[in-house]
Design a protein around this ligand. Structure first.
Ligand SMILES: *Cc1c(COP(=O)(O)O)cnc(C)c1O
Length: 394
């Protein structure tokens, strides 16, 4: 992956947007739990703060840090990942426009595009993002405004070529939006690869401790095409006009999470590599989906555009759905639950849980699939618990 100029990732994570508090010297930005600000005469704002939907100092610190970590021009913090995605879609598309979405999109993203934006006039086509010809066929030049991609994808861990998709989108006059939630800004830098906008559910690895729901949007320094030159301004306008902003305490929790993102991701990757290798050698397992395995069809692209391969591992069981349901109900250390990216390991059955809302659509996932969010516990304990659950006769 490309190296950024200036301070390194870990330095930015701890310092970007986070000068010691000018009033007290506090080394961590305080939680400015406040809605309004005294004006020194009408319009005499101190530091530009007027009302906390428009801006709040704790949120500003987070937004500057998010932008720095992605190498973007401007960052925005939202109340959830989906709230951020909503602002992107509303800011950059209108009735009669078209977007291309992944066949294995996050279920909530697909539900938003199909059932919220769709009835308001936005058309969409689902395409396999790992197949450039399929994406090319799905794009409608002149109508497609956004090509939306998740890589690695959820829950199938598909890999898409960000640089190639950026070129394809731009040649059709569209922008490339990358949902970087699974990879994180530490493992993957989509803007450096040509993407225009990055989104995150900061609920996941960015927050990292399963204690906050949040979202982020970062816009590139140069957004492709005259029609979008003001993408940052449009998103800023919609963030304030819709108002789904991150509150001060939530912004503070995400900011704290980001400080340790790099060290956490290294351990998530260490453990996930061990878990993937263990599953690949297990009799009950039909297939392991992990981009770090050389058997993964997207491995060469992932190796090119990611620092390491992340903490998410999915696998399919030979004995089918019943075995998958039994496995997720049997582990003790791996907690049965939705979400991902926290320090604790989670296990789930996508077809009945996170992806139940896409049953019967092109995005339906296999019923024998189990998804793991590999945490940072001692890996021997994780392997022992998983092994016991898989050894139970089905
Ligand atoms: C969780 C998630 C979202 C949605 O984010 P929320 O914070 O739950 O609104 C979007 N994309 C991906 C890849 C996710 O995992």
């Amino acid at each position: 992956m490309s190296q950024q100029q200036g301070p390194g990732f870990c330095t930015l994570a701890i310092h970007a947007g986070q000068e010691p508090d000018p009033a007290t010297g506090a080394v961590v930005p305080p939680i400015y739990q406040v809605s309004t600000y005294k004006q020194d005469g009408i319009g005499g704002l101190r530091g530009g703060y007027e009302y906390s939907r428009s801006a709040n100092p704790t949120r500003t610190a987070l937004e500057e840090c998010l932008a720095a970590l992605e190498g973007g021009a401007r960052g925005f913090a939202f109340a959830s990942g989906l709230a951020g995605q909503d602002a992107v879609v509303r800011a950059l598309t209108g009735p009669g426009d078209h977007v291309v979405v992944p066949t294995d999109a996050y279920g909530g993203t697909y539900r938003y595009v199909a059932r919220v934006a769709g009835p308001q006039g936005l058309a969409h086509t689902a395409a396999a993002m790992s197949d450039l010809d399929a994406v090319r066929a799905a794009v409608r030049p002149g109508h497609t405004r956004l090509v939306w991609v998740e890589t690695p994808s959820n829950p199938l861990l598909g890999i898409a070529d960000i640089a190639a998709l950026a070129e394809l989108a731009h040649s059709a006059g569209a922008l490339l939006v990358v949902d970087n939630t699974f990879a994180t800004s530490y493992l993957q830098q989509p803007l450096a690869l040509g993407a225009d906008i990055v989104t995150h559910s900061t609920t996941k690895y960015a927050g990292g401790h399963s204690d906050v729901v949040g979202g982020a949007v970062v816009v590139a320094r140069e957004v492709s095409g005259a029609a979008y030159a003001d993408a940052s301004e449009r998103i800023a306008f919609h963030q304030n006009a819709i108002g789904a902003v991150a509150g001060p305490f939530d912004a503070w929790l995400v900011l704290r999470g980001l400080k340790t993102l790099a060290v956490r991701m290294e351990r998530h990757c260490d453990n996930a590599e061990r878990v993937a290798a263990f599953l690949a050698g297990h009799d009950a397992v039909a297939q392991v989906l992990y981009p770090g395995l050389s058997s993964h069809p997207g491995h060469p692209i992932a190796a090119r555009q990611m620092r390491r391969f992340g903490g998410m591992v999915s696998f399919r069981l030979r004995r089918g759905e019943d075995a998958a349901v039994k496995a997720v109900a049997t582990t003790r250390l791996w907690t049965l639950g939705e979400s991902l990216g926290g320090v604790e390991s989670l296990i789930e059955h996508p077809a009945r849980m996170t992806h139940a809302s896409v049953a019967g659509t092109a995005l339906e996932v296999p019923a024998d699939l189990v998804r793991l969010s590999v945490g940072i516990e001692d890996v021997e304990d994780l392997l022992a618990d998983l092994g016991e659950a898989l050894d139970i006769p089905g």
